[in-house]
Design a protein around this ligand. Structure first.
Ligand code: SAM
Length: 325
């Protein structure tokens, strides 16, 4: 299957990773394979890319597109969670890592597929699992879905995730309405949920009133912030000295974790006027290995206007880059 996903900030990522023949890279979020393919083309011959995705379909689709190409020999595909990076690298004997790219969130292939339940624009089951598999596999059916959260979590839990993960200022009202509606009938589809939200929150301009609740559910279903916190220290550990880590985030909750983690272990973090280094909030990520990295871009890198015009998904992307010392 062809991909609908356009890689975000591709030129900027390549400029900073600077992949060359014979080098080894890890793409922690394969998605449609845009970043992976571009890096693979630069590292052959002799180099390799280890590409990871939690979504079996992303792996299967990319595999089918690349299987007859020369590049396949230089690619290791792994269906796993980037929060297990050290284990994955050890299992695949992947050493001398010159660079890592991670591009958080969902791909266009996932959001455009109504069966996955990520989109408030398409009716489908309230699922939202990146590793969701629509099979009769019992293990798969046991995993948490957005439907479980909406129908089983307490009022307090729902309100908390809508506030914390969605930064939804109408969290209380939306939650009360959900609780009322679910007593009458299970809420099983994205369209049902959108309809409930629209009863209490009116549309202003182009942005759907359901945007923030959907973001909150996706983060909760996939433990997205927890995965990022587990991933970052492992990424620094597996990089070789001089290796580059490039991180693309799409909202302030993700970017804040990345920013504070980098600051907490950076050699070149800003010093106070008195010459002492300020204490840095690490946002729950263990700040082991202080002085292990150099922050490459002090100011976050954003897409140019031209990219945003061609790919509206790029509008909220932010790139941060560090080098392991
Ligand atoms: C924005 S897309 C990546 C797009 C890719 N860079 C490209 O150019 O096509 C994000 C991908 O990360 C995957 N993903 C999300 N959380 C993950 C995790 N914890 N571990 C591994 N993959 C994850 C999603 O399944 C999705 O395919």
């Amino acid at each position: 299957m062809e991909t609908l996903h356009k890689p975000v900030l591709l030129n900027e990522v390549l400029e900073h990773l600077n992949p060359r023949a014979g080098q080894n890279f890890i793409d922690c979020t394969l998605g449609g394979g845009g970043h992976t393919t571009a890096i693979l083309n630069k590292v052959i011959t002799g180099g390799k890319v280890l590409a990871i995705d939690l979504d079996k379909e992303a792996i299967k689709n990319y595999e089918s597109r690349i299987k007859n190409q020369e590049l396949r020999k230089n690619l290791v595909l792994v269906n796993d969670n980037f929060a297990n990076l050290e284990k994955i690298v050890a299992e695949h004997n992947f050493s001398s890592v010159d660079g890592i790219i991670v591009d958080f969130g969902f791909s266009s292939d996932q959001i455009e597929n109504s069966e996955r339940g990520f989109s408030f624009l398409r009716d489908g089951p309230l699922d939202m699992r990146y590793n969701g598999c629509r099979t009769s596999d019992v293990r798969c059916r046991k995993e948490l879905t957005a439907e479980d959260i909406i129908n089983k979590w307490s009022e307090k839990e729902l309100e908390t995730i809508f506030m914390e993960y969605g930064e939804e200022w109408m969290a209380g009202k939306i939650t009360s309405r959900i609780i009322e509606e679910r007593k009458r009938k299970l809420i099983k589809t994205t369209a049902q949920l959108v309809e409930i939200i629209e009863k209490v929150k009116y549309r202003r301009g182009k942005i759907s009133p359901a945007t923030k609740v959907f973001q909150a559910l996706r983060i909760a279903v996939n433990n997205e912030l927890g995965n990022i916190k587990n991933f970052l220290p492992q990424a620094v550990k597996v990089l070789s000295p001089g290796g580059i880590l490039a991180v693309i985030s799409f909202h302030s909750l993700e970017d804040r974790i990345v920013k504070y983690f980098f600051k907490s272990i950076a050699l070149n973090r800003h010093t106070c006027r008195a010459g002492r280094t300020p204490s840095v909030a690490t946002d729950g990520v263990p700040a082991e290995g202080k002085g292990m990295i150099k922050i490459i871009n002090k100011k976050v890198i954003k897409p140019e206007y031209r990219e945003i015009r061609e790919n509206s998904r790029a509008r909220s992307a932010k790139l941060r880059v560090i080098e392991k010392i």
